[in-house]
Design a protein around this ligand. Sequence first.
Ligand code: ADP
Ligand code: MG
Length: 228
Amino acid sequence: LKKELIFSEKMNIASIISASVAHEIRNPLTSVRGFIQLLTQTELNPDKKQMYGKICLEEIDRAEQIINDYLSLAKPYPEILEELDIGEEIQYIYNVLKSVANLTGVEVEIKYDINLLVLGDRKKLRQSIINIAKNGLEAMRDKRGVLKIEAYKRNNEVILSISDTGIGMTNDQVSRLGMPYYSNKDKGTGLGMMVSFSLIKGMLGKINVKSELGKGTVFDISFPLLKI
Ligand code: ADP
Ligand code: MG
């Protein structure tokens, strides 16, 4: 009986992970598609062309990395921990998101202090924040709104805050966030938050969600501040 239980648990983890891979590979594919569309505009200046090309390459690399990351989610493995400047990461995420956002009439605003250093895995941080931000954009699909990504210091922590002015959630919905397959979307898989939450926890981050129906949602993520 015990063996069977272990086996079925393993199966479950395996199926969750393979579904997650498919889901998360779609994020970089969608943004690469968007940038290639922009690249086919003939009136584009060379600087922009170069930047869009660079982002495409980075996103394709990210897609490849995501596959590796998901495969390693199931087992303990040595993390690639480095000193991350949260401001730099916000800037990168902004570049990835803004063209997608502009197409839907959403403004993306960023604001961050200097020297917000944390210890973490760069790709995982980017991935987890992009998952949360994309949900914010999707929550504003039918109305114009603002997505804000901000970061600041609070005591010995770095707070990374992602807020939207979208449809919001009930307390019940907020409490379900992070459960595998929990989704209210037609084409949602309900895996983005599960992945984000587990990656953030893996970097010793804590997540606090405040949401109000019809008003919007704030995700406050705190990481231990790395002192220089
Ligand atoms: P998916 O986006 O595929 O549905 P997620 O795990 O990313 O799966 O999100 C789960 C659910 O949580 C979403 O379907 C949505 O109902 C809700 N949700 C997450 N973020 C937000 C947000 N910023 N505003 C409103 N609802 C949200
Ligand atoms: Mg999602």
